[in-house]
Write a protein that binds this ligand. Sequence first.
Ligand code: S3P
Length: 172
Amino acid sequence: VKKLLNGRSLVLVGMMGVGKSTVGRRLAKKLSLPFVDADEAIEEAAGMHISEIFENFGESYFREGETRVIQRLIAEGPAVIATGGGAFINDITRQSILDSSLSIWLNADINILVDRVSRRNHRPLLHGKDPETVLRDLAEKRDPFYAKADYMVMSNNAPHERTVSEIFATLL
Ligand code: S3P
């Protein structure tokens, strides 16, 4: 896998709740690469929680910052980078990732995502709304973009360790 990466970063994309951060952290450990969560890097750069950025400045401001932070993380690489669910939908962010890194769409059935985000919901896009309706709607719009990633791996109900093995099997 290291050979395939050839000094590039490995970037995980996909819907919120699919497990990009947990899987990414384990993947990084196995590859002896640093792990970076793009959402956390944005919060650090802004000195604010993501929900506060959305509230105070709106989504398009958030997306501009997201693009800049992801471009910086890629430049600082190589690393395993977990991106927020909307990052790969933005044309500039997606192109930066595709041009420089190996990307994996971590995918799962919608009912599994609904289950996962309903348990712990801190996401501004879901705030006060029915998670199932929002997630179905988002997935329908976003899946064609996620499909542009270099690889796709299903995570469904497998333990994260299995998903990591699945990723290795896909890349080998
Ligand atoms: C978003 C997903 C979140 C975060 C922000 C917007 C999205 O990241 O970036 O709330 O547009 O799907 P996660 O995918 O880590 O939840």
